[in-house]
Design a protein around this ligand. Sequence first.
Ligand code: 5GP
Length: 217
Amino acid sequence: MNFERRGVMLVIASPSGAGKTSISRTILAQDDNIALSVSVTTRPRRTSEMDGVHYHFITPAGFESMRRNDELLEWAEVHGNFYGTPKAQVEEQIAAGRDILFDIDWQGTQQLTKKCRPDMVTVFILPPTIAELKYRLEHRAQDSDEVINRRLINAREEMAHWDEYDYVLVNDDLEKSCNDVSAILAASRLWRRRQAGIGDFVTGLQQQIDALQTSKT
Ligand code: 5GP
Protein backbone atom coordinates (compact mmCIF):
# COMPACT_ATOMS: atom_id res chain seq x y z
CA MET A 1 0.00 0.00 0.00
CA ASN A 2 1.43 3.41 -0.94
CA PHE A 3 0.59 6.72 0.71
CA GLU A 4 1.05 10.27 -0.42
CA ARG A 5 4.57 11.30 0.58
CA ARG A 6 7.40 13.65 -0.25
CA GLY A 7 10.22 12.25 -2.36
CA VAL A 8 13.57 11.20 -0.92
CA MET A 9 16.64 13.23 -1.81
CA LEU A 10 19.20 10.40 -1.84
CA VAL A 11 22.76 11.72 -1.82
CA ILE A 12 25.55 9.30 -2.70
CA ALA A 13 29.09 10.57 -2.23
CA SER A 14 32.53 8.96 -2.33
CA PRO A 15 36.04 9.59 -3.56
CA SER A 16 36.37 9.12 -7.35
CA GLY A 17 36.83 5.45 -8.14
CA ALA A 18 35.07 4.00 -5.08
CA GLY A 19 32.24 2.68 -7.25
CA LYS A 20 29.63 5.35 -6.64
CA THR A 21 28.74 5.72 -10.32
CA SER A 22 28.21 1.96 -10.79
CA ILE A 23 26.03 1.81 -7.67
CA SER A 24 24.02 4.86 -8.78
CA ARG A 25 23.43 3.42 -12.25
CA THR A 26 22.18 0.13 -10.82
CA ILE A 27 19.77 1.88 -8.45
CA LEU A 28 18.46 4.09 -11.26
CA ALA A 29 18.02 1.12 -13.62
CA GLN A 30 16.18 -1.09 -11.14
CA ASP A 31 13.86 1.47 -9.55
CA ASP A 32 11.23 3.41 -11.51
CA ASN A 33 10.50 6.01 -8.85
CA ILE A 34 13.98 7.53 -8.66
CA ALA A 35 15.69 9.75 -11.22
CA LEU A 36 19.19 11.22 -11.38
CA SER A 37 19.67 14.90 -10.70
CA VAL A 38 21.64 15.79 -13.83
CA SER A 39 24.30 18.28 -12.79
CA VAL A 40 25.83 21.02 -14.88
CA THR A 41 29.62 20.90 -15.23
CA THR A 42 32.44 22.72 -16.94
CA ARG A 43 34.47 19.46 -17.13
CA PRO A 44 35.11 18.18 -20.68
CA ARG A 45 32.77 15.35 -21.70
CA ARG A 46 34.23 11.84 -21.62
CA THR A 47 33.64 9.71 -24.71
CA SER A 48 31.32 7.43 -22.73
CA GLU A 49 29.11 10.32 -21.61
CA MET A 50 26.05 11.92 -23.21
CA ASP A 51 25.14 15.57 -22.82
CA GLY A 52 21.87 15.89 -20.89
CA VAL A 53 22.06 12.31 -19.59
CA HIS A 54 25.19 12.14 -17.43
CA TYR A 55 25.75 15.89 -17.16
CA HIS A 56 24.76 19.09 -18.89
CA PHE A 57 28.16 20.16 -20.22
CA ILE A 58 28.39 23.95 -20.14
CA THR A 59 31.02 26.66 -20.49
CA PRO A 60 32.58 28.46 -17.51
CA ALA A 61 30.62 31.58 -18.57
CA GLY A 62 27.37 29.59 -18.66
CA PHE A 63 28.13 28.20 -15.21
CA GLU A 64 28.88 31.64 -13.82
CA SER A 65 25.62 32.98 -15.22
CA MET A 66 23.59 30.15 -13.58
CA ARG A 67 25.40 30.73 -10.29
CA ARG A 68 24.77 34.48 -10.37
CA ASN A 69 21.10 34.03 -11.26
CA ASP A 70 20.62 31.71 -8.27
CA GLU A 71 19.70 28.79 -10.53
CA LEU A 72 21.87 26.31 -8.62
CA LEU A 73 20.78 24.53 -5.45
CA GLU A 74 24.45 23.93 -4.64
CA TRP A 75 27.74 24.13 -6.50
CA ALA A 76 31.42 23.36 -5.99
CA GLU A 77 34.80 23.30 -7.65
CA VAL A 78 35.97 19.66 -7.78
CA HIS A 79 39.26 18.48 -9.33
CA GLY A 80 39.66 21.91 -10.99
CA ASN A 81 36.22 21.97 -12.68
CA PHE A 82 32.89 23.45 -11.62
CA TYR A 83 29.86 21.29 -10.88
CA GLY A 84 26.38 22.30 -9.75
CA THR A 85 22.85 21.04 -9.18
CA PRO A 86 20.19 22.93 -11.17
CA LYS A 87 17.35 24.06 -8.91
CA ALA A 88 14.68 23.64 -11.57
CA GLN A 89 12.36 20.72 -10.89
CA VAL A 90 13.94 19.47 -7.65
CA GLU A 91 11.25 20.91 -5.34
CA GLU A 92 8.49 20.02 -7.82
CA GLN A 93 9.65 16.38 -8.06
CA ILE A 94 10.09 15.98 -4.30
CA ALA A 95 6.66 17.52 -3.60
CA ALA A 96 5.15 15.08 -6.11
CA GLY A 97 6.66 12.13 -4.22
CA ARG A 98 9.33 11.30 -6.75
CA ASP A 99 12.78 10.44 -5.41
CA ILE A 100 15.96 12.04 -6.71
CA LEU A 101 19.51 10.64 -6.59
CA PHE A 102 22.32 13.19 -6.21
CA ASP A 103 25.87 12.15 -7.13
CA ILE A 104 27.67 15.11 -5.54
CA ASP A 105 30.77 15.75 -3.44
CA TRP A 106 31.09 16.67 0.25
CA GLN A 107 30.91 20.41 -0.42
CA GLY A 108 27.60 20.02 -2.26
CA THR A 109 26.28 17.70 0.44
CA GLN A 110 27.03 20.31 3.10
CA GLN A 111 25.18 23.01 1.13
CA LEU A 112 22.15 20.78 0.43
CA THR A 113 22.03 19.75 4.09
CA LYS A 114 21.64 23.41 5.11
CA LYS A 115 18.68 23.84 2.73
CA CYS A 116 16.89 20.50 2.48
CA ARG A 117 17.85 18.36 5.50
CA PRO A 118 14.37 16.90 6.22
CA ASP A 119 14.10 15.51 2.70
CA MET A 120 17.64 14.09 2.56
CA VAL A 121 19.27 10.74 3.21
CA THR A 122 23.02 10.67 2.69
CA VAL A 123 25.28 7.72 1.95
CA PHE A 124 29.09 7.68 1.83
CA ILE A 125 30.88 4.94 -0.10
CA LEU A 126 34.46 3.94 0.81
CA PRO A 127 36.82 1.83 -1.32
CA PRO A 128 38.04 -1.41 0.32
CA THR A 129 41.72 -0.44 -0.24
CA ILE A 130 43.65 2.39 -1.86
CA ALA A 131 45.21 -0.12 -4.28
CA GLU A 132 41.67 -0.94 -5.45
CA LEU A 133 40.76 2.77 -5.75
CA LYS A 134 43.89 3.42 -7.84
CA TYR A 135 43.20 0.38 -10.01
CA ARG A 136 39.62 1.55 -10.69
CA LEU A 137 40.77 5.07 -11.55
CA GLU A 138 43.44 3.78 -13.93
CA HIS A 139 41.24 1.18 -15.61
CA ARG A 140 38.47 3.63 -16.42
CA ALA A 141 40.91 4.63 -19.18
CA GLN A 142 39.08 7.89 -19.60
CA ASP A 143 41.33 10.34 -17.81
CA SER A 144 44.96 11.41 -18.23
CA ASP A 145 47.65 10.41 -15.70
CA GLU A 146 47.62 13.94 -14.33
CA VAL A 147 43.84 13.85 -13.78
CA ILE A 148 44.05 10.40 -12.18
CA ASN A 149 46.75 11.62 -9.82
CA ARG A 150 44.73 14.71 -8.84
CA ARG A 151 41.70 12.51 -8.12
CA LEU A 152 43.82 10.25 -5.92
CA ILE A 153 45.10 13.20 -3.89
CA ASN A 154 41.56 14.60 -3.60
CA ALA A 155 40.30 11.20 -2.37
CA ARG A 156 42.06 11.90 0.92
CA GLU A 157 40.12 15.17 1.36
CA GLU A 158 36.80 13.62 0.32
CA MET A 159 37.24 10.74 2.80
CA ALA A 160 37.83 13.19 5.65
CA HIS A 161 34.08 13.91 5.47
CA TRP A 162 32.84 10.34 5.94
CA ASP A 163 31.35 11.13 9.34
CA GLU A 164 29.01 13.82 7.96
CA TYR A 165 26.83 11.14 6.30
CA ASP A 166 23.86 9.13 7.60
CA TYR A 167 25.14 5.82 6.23
CA VAL A 168 28.65 4.63 5.39
CA LEU A 169 29.52 1.51 3.45
CA VAL A 170 32.66 -0.13 2.12
CA ASN A 171 32.23 -1.17 -1.49
CA ASP A 172 34.09 -4.48 -1.59
CA ASP A 173 31.23 -6.26 -3.35
CA LEU A 174 29.28 -4.23 -5.91
CA GLU A 175 26.13 -6.35 -5.77
CA LYS A 176 26.01 -6.19 -1.96
CA SER A 177 26.61 -2.42 -2.00
CA CYS A 178 23.74 -1.94 -4.48
CA ASN A 179 21.47 -4.04 -2.28
CA ASP A 180 22.50 -2.02 0.76
CA VAL A 181 21.74 1.30 -0.94
CA SER A 182 18.40 -0.10 -2.15
CA ALA A 183 17.57 -1.09 1.42
CA ILE A 184 18.48 2.40 2.67
CA LEU A 185 16.19 3.92 0.03
CA ALA A 186 13.34 1.53 0.88
CA ALA A 187 13.60 2.34 4.58
CA SER A 188 13.81 6.07 3.90
CA ARG A 189 10.58 5.97 1.91
CA LEU A 190 8.84 4.64 5.00
CA TRP A 191 9.93 7.42 7.36
CA ARG A 192 6.86 8.51 9.25
CA ARG A 193 7.56 12.22 8.70
CA ARG A 194 7.77 11.67 4.95
CA GLN A 195 4.43 9.85 4.66
CA ALA A 196 1.99 12.75 4.87
CA GLY A 197 -0.91 10.60 3.67
CA ILE A 198 -0.72 8.01 6.43
CA GLY A 199 -2.54 10.16 9.02
CA ASP A 200 -5.77 9.93 7.01
CA PHE A 201 -5.30 6.18 6.69
CA VAL A 202 -5.00 5.79 10.47
CA THR A 203 -8.09 7.97 10.98
CA GLY A 204 -9.95 5.71 8.53
CA LEU A 205 -8.93 2.60 10.50
CA GLN A 206 -10.09 4.22 13.76
CA GLN A 207 -13.41 5.14 12.18
CA GLN A 208 -13.91 1.53 11.19
CA ILE A 209 -13.39 0.48 14.83
CA ASP A 210 -15.85 3.20 15.93
CA ALA A 211 -18.37 1.90 13.41
CA LEU A 212 -17.97 -1.68 14.69
CA GLN A 213 -18.46 -0.51 18.26
CA THR A 214 -21.57 1.50 17.32
CA SER A 215 -23.10 -1.44 15.47
CA LYS A 216 -22.74 -3.57 18.64
CA THR A 217 -24.72 -1.16 20.81
P1 5GP B 1 33.27 13.27 -12.25
O1 5GP B 1 34.09 14.32 -12.94
O2 5GP B 1 34.07 12.03 -11.94
O3 5GP B 1 32.00 12.95 -12.99
O4 5GP B 1 32.83 13.88 -10.86
C1 5GP B 1 33.77 14.39 -9.99
C2 5GP B 1 33.15 14.67 -8.65
O5 5GP B 1 32.22 15.75 -8.75
C3 5GP B 1 32.36 13.48 -8.07
O6 5GP B 1 32.73 13.34 -6.71
C4 5GP B 1 30.94 13.92 -8.18
O7 5GP B 1 30.16 13.37 -7.15
C5 5GP B 1 31.06 15.42 -8.03
N1 5GP B 1 29.89 16.11 -8.59
C6 5GP B 1 29.21 15.80 -9.72
N2 5GP B 1 28.19 16.65 -9.90
C7 5GP B 1 28.20 17.50 -8.85
C8 5GP B 1 27.37 18.60 -8.46
O8 5GP B 1 26.40 18.96 -9.11
N3 5GP B 1 27.72 19.23 -7.32
C9 5GP B 1 28.79 18.86 -6.55
N4 5GP B 1 29.01 19.54 -5.44
N5 5GP B 1 29.59 17.84 -6.89
C10 5GP B 1 29.30 17.16 -8.03
